[in-house]
Design a binder for this molecule. Structure first.
Ligand SMILES: Nc1ncnc2c1ncn2[C@@H]1O[C@H](COP(=O)(O)OP(=O)(O)OP(=O)(O)O)[C@@H](O)[C@H]1O
Ligand SMILES: [Mg+2]
Length: 424
């Protein structure tokens, strides 16, 4: 009450002076003058007033309907993805920091659908303006375009005649590419399986029909059938191997693996292949252990594929070199294994794609060599799991060099770990 009287002191004083003057001019009895003064003061103190909030509620909405207020802007700025506030006519009224950065050409005052042209988007904006949330996929009209999932929601605030639209843009380019890759992978895998399966079915039909009594033909066909069945088994093994690797991609690798005996072992296992293809294998291994943290089976798979590839595809060079050594890369020790052949090499344009699943430089020649096109994809996966690096260098006509680099195991940590385990 005191505050209200204090706030209204000037009008009270003026009213009282006027009251006194009129009383003097018309000689009104003092009782009436005093009563008048009391009424003025009481009215100022007790009669309810229109509050600031009430008055804002009536005059504010029209101002706020066009430009969002500060708190609304601050909230939208906290959204990490690009987000816009539009009025219901679809005009941009605010762009958050992420939107201003990613879509600098779309500024407040612009019609949103002028820069993002799409009939589906216009429909979605209309629907949101009518009070219904909408969602639409938008693909940019440029080369290597990004794809966005645009969500539009009407924003209504109490007391506002017209509202706004909150428009959020989520980039889904990668998700779409991943989905396509998965679909391609399934299609490729099915195709790779279908080929030997069709061949098997064909031979079974021939053996049941025209070649029923031809023993010589039967033997020949059965041999091919065995090869095809073998091919299917290899393919399924590789597919399972890839899926297992994907599942274990984030598992910790704690075992200590010495690469020297591993290289030796794979070389021995592939000696018959080298002999059959008439390729001399030179091995250069250090006399001390080359320890890495990893999975011995997975690393064996890597060496097997690289050495087998070198023998199969570099056969014409007649020579294969395998070298294991310690190198320093960016100040850290790495174990490097190089497999170098002297065959036809690989043209530069194929190099970045070699580790893609089912990618082969020459599909027919790879099939003849029993290749499934999954070997290097598996290698890349395993090397990545071991926090290593695979590099491929080749000059057409001069052979190819495949190198894997893996971080050398930190022996100090091993000692600490052992101490802990043994309780020392
Ligand atoms: N040393 C090499 N010299 C020339 N080309 C190679 C060499 N290594 C790989 N390639 C090419 O890369 C392709 C992919 O190799 P990758 O090991 O992934 O598959 P693959 O050997 O065909 O099948 P898999 O390893 O599953 O049996 C091969 O088909 C071949 O065209
Ligand atoms: Mg291979």
């Amino acid at each position: 009450m005191a505050t209200r009287l204090h706030a209204a002191r000037l009008p009270i004083v003026i009213s009282l002076v006027l009251l006194l003057l009129t009383s003097l001019i018309w000689q009104v009895p003092i009782v009436f003058t005093l009563a008048g003064a009391v009424i003025i003061i009481a009215a100022t103190a007790f009669v309810p007033r229109r509050t600031a909030q009430n008055s804002n509620r009536q005059s504010g909405p029209l101002q706020q309907a066009i430009w969002p207020d500060t708190s609304m802007k601050a909230t939208i700025n906290a959204v990490r993805n690009p987000a816009f506030i539009l009025d219901i006519a679809g005009i941009v009224r605010f762009a958050n920091d992420a939107a201003a950065k990613a879509f600098s050409e779309t500024r407040p005052g612009d019609l949103f659908s002028l820069t993002f042209r799409s009939p589906a988007l216009i429909d979605a904006l209309r629907s949101a303006a009518g009070g219904r949330s909408a969602q639409v996929q938008y693909r940019e009209h440029v080369e290597g375009a990004s794809v966005f999932n645009i969500e539009i929601d009407p924003v209504r605030r109490p007391g506002m005649k017209t509202g706004f639209l909150l428009l959020r843009m989520n980039e889904i380019t990668e998700q779409i590419a991943l989905g396509r890759m998965r679909a391609d992978f399934v299609a490729n895998a099915s195709h790779e399986l279908r080929t030997p399966l069709a061949s098997l079915t064909g031979f079974v039909e021939t053996l049941l029909g025209p070649a029923r009594d031809d023993r010589e033909a039967a033997e020949k066909f059965l041999k091919i059938m065995l090869e095809q069945a073998e091919r299917m088994r290899r393919l399924i093994d590789d597919l399972l191997s890839l899926s297992r690797l994907e599942m274990r991609a984030h598992s910790q690798l704690t075992d200590l693996v010495d690469l020297v005996p591993l290289v030796h072992h794979v070389r021995e296992a592939l000696a018959p292949v080298a002999q059959e293809l008439d390729v001399t294998v030179d091995v250069d291994l250090p006399s001390t252990p080359l320890n890495v943290r990893g999975d011995a089976d997975e690393l064996t798979q890597v060496l097997q594929n690289l050495i087998e590839n070198g023998l199969k595809y570099g056969e014409t060079g007649g020579r294969l070199e395998i070298k294991a050594e310690t190198r320093t890369v960016a100040g850290s020790a790495v174990a490097a294994i190089t497999v170098r052949d002297y065959g036809p090499g690989i043209a530069e344009e194929h190099l970045p794609r070699l580790t893609e699943r089912f990618y082969r430089v020459d599909v027919e020649s790879s099939r003849q060599k029993n290749g499934t096109g999954l070997g290097l994809a598996i290698v890349k996966h395993i090397v990545g799991h071991h926090r290593g690096r695979l590099s491929i260098n080749s000059v057409l006509g001069e052979g190819a060099t495949f190198t894997i680099e893996l971080p050398v195991a930190d022996m100090d940590t091993l000692t600490d770990k052992n101490s802990l385990e043994t309780g020392i």
